[in-house]
Design a protein around this ligand. Structure first.
Ligand SMILES: NC(=O)c1ccc[n+]([C@@H]2O[C@H](COP(=O)([O-])OP(=O)(O)OC[C@H]3O[C@@H](n4cnc5c(N)ncnc54)[C@H](O)[C@@H]3O)[C@@H](O)[C@H]2O)c1
Length: 438
């Protein structure tokens, strides 16, 4: 394919050299004359393993050329990548001025081109940028319609400096959000050979994913470092601990616990987290990330309380009480915490949990619930159906099929169903539906 690349920094230079290596004709565009001069002489403008040899071969073969003429670059190619910088502004938002300027320039060039063209944004941007900023810039400068006269895609770049050529060839997946099937197919032609899945999604999801991935990587590093500081203070080898953490691919390095839903709780997670934080505190080790986990969890519960209170109605059905389905363990259950908060606000609660029966509760579990909800017996209902029928608001806490069937069968259009379980079928919901974070 004939491809132009706008912005010849780390991402643009690596993409240019790799695409030329893969047999495509690449035209690089940058504002910086020094970068253009370096590339013209066969030298890469960045330091990166393998990039000098790859760039030299690409330039010598004639498959990589550079220009500062945007119109010529758009006219001579069928697809353009935007790889300009999106640095942080003082308030943490992204400075999108370079992305907008380059889009206006590309739009101006599109006005003078009759053939269909694909524009692919690869710079990291916040969700909404492509559709709310780039698309209008391209459309108003070109007088053409995105998705019809030209295609607009967002494709996050997953390369890391230092190993970028290897990362270019082995991404976790190729993710493309786009408004034109022709453009998505063009990207499949460029990247479909890579040893990974090619996933087409919507543009905003693709934009969000890159930010979320990088935030997760930063979180992982900080988690490991906080564990390291505590372990160091305890004279335990943190590298061995974290290596063992990673050996558990069932619960640790796995999709487990990675689904947005309701707050966590139970008899182990909060207790053991507090114990770990205490070990640090007792040795003057600050662990701000670990320390913010329980407050964040509480905010999650409060968001549901606020939603219920905003409704102004008083009769609440709570389906599920134990910290997860299939157990009657109520200790530190977030659903018990929610019930406590709602009762404290003077709301009328009816609770159904097939696994919780007062007569069967014993020991620490019984003591816990007697302290938290002293009159629980009066609030427990006989069936999910009875609970749903008498309520204004139905809160589903456990992802159980039997519970949902009762909701689908008996909820009415006046009721509000709040889904904390994460598996409600909106299409079968006769009532208003609100997912706790979706
Ligand atoms: N560096 C990485 O490892 C990496 C990885 C993934 C994603 N990203 C994202 O990719 C984007 C680019 O990152 P980078 O590190 O390559 O940036 P960079 O600052 O190294 O390069 C940006 C280039 O764009 C050029 N430029 C600016 N305005 C231009 C215009 N109007 N026309 C043509 N060229 C123009 C600049 O001269 C510069 O050469 C950023 O959004 C970044 O967040 C970077």
């Amino acid at each position: 394919m004939k491809v132009s690349i706008f912005g010849l920094g780390y991402v643009g230079s690596v993409s240019a050299a790799c695409l030329a290596r893969d047999g495509h004709d690449v035209l690089g565009v940058d504002l910086n004359p020094q970068k253009l001069a370096l590339l013209r002489s066969g030298k890469a403008p960045i330091v990166e393993e393998g990039i000098q040899a790859l760039t030299r071969e690409a330039v010598e073969s004639g498959r990589l050329q550079v220009t500062d003429d945007v119109t010529a670059a758009i006219g001579a190619t069928e697809l353009s990548f935007i790889c300009v910088g999106t640095p942080s502004s003082a308030n943490g938002s992204q400075d999108l001025s370079a992305v907008v300027r380059v889009s206006e320039a590309i739009g101006g060039a599109l006005a003078r081109k009759s053939a269909f063209h694909t524009v692919v944004l690869r710079s990291t941007v916040a969700p909404g940028t492509a559709l709310e900023l780039i698309k209008p810039a391209l459309e108003s400068a070109s007088g053409k319609r995105s998705g019809v006269d030209f295609g607009l895609c967002f494709q996050p770049e997953f390369l890391r400096e230092g190993s970028s050529i290897r990362d270019y060839d082995h991404p976790p997946f190729t993710l493309v959000g786009g408004d034109s099937p022709v453009s998505i197919e063009a990207l499949r032609q460029l990247f479909g050979h890579l040893p990974c899945e090619f996933i087409a999604t919507d543009i905003r999801t693709a934009e969000a994913l890159k930010l979320v991935c990088n935030a997760f990587h930063a979180l992982k590093i900080t988690f490991a470092n906080e564990v390291g500081r505590i372990a160091g203070a305890l004279d335990i080898d943190s590298r061995q601990i974290m290596a063992l953490v990673c050996r558990d691919t069932r619960l640790n390095i796995s999709p487990a616990y990675m689904k947005p839903g309701f707050a966590f709780g139970g008899s182990c997670l909060p207790k053991d987290l507090r114990a770990l934080m205490y070990l640090g505190r007792a040795r003057d080790v600050d662990t701000p990330v670990l320390s913010s986990i329980l407050p964040s969890n509480q905010i999650h519960i409060e968001s549901v309380v606020e939603r219920v209170l905003a409704d102004k109605r008083r009769r609440i059905a709570l389906l599920g009480l134990s910290f997860k389905p299939g157990t009657d363990d109520l200790r530190e259950s977030p659903l018990v915490a929610l019930a406590e908060r709602l009762l404290g606000k003077g709301l009328r609660l009816s609770i159904y949990d097939a696994d919780v029966s007062l007569s069967r509760l014993i020991g620490a579990n019984k003591q816990y619930i007697e302290d938290a909800i002293p009159h629980l017996g009066e609030l427990l209902a006989e069936s999910a159906e009875a609970t749903v029928k008498g309520a204004d608001i139905v809160i589903v806490g456990h992802p159980l099929a039997a519970v949902w069937e009762a909701v689908y069968a008996h909820a009415t259009s006046e009721q509000l169903v709040i889904d904390l379980a994460g598996n409600g079928d909106r299409a079968r919901m006769p009532s208003n539906y609100w997912g706790v974070c979706w």
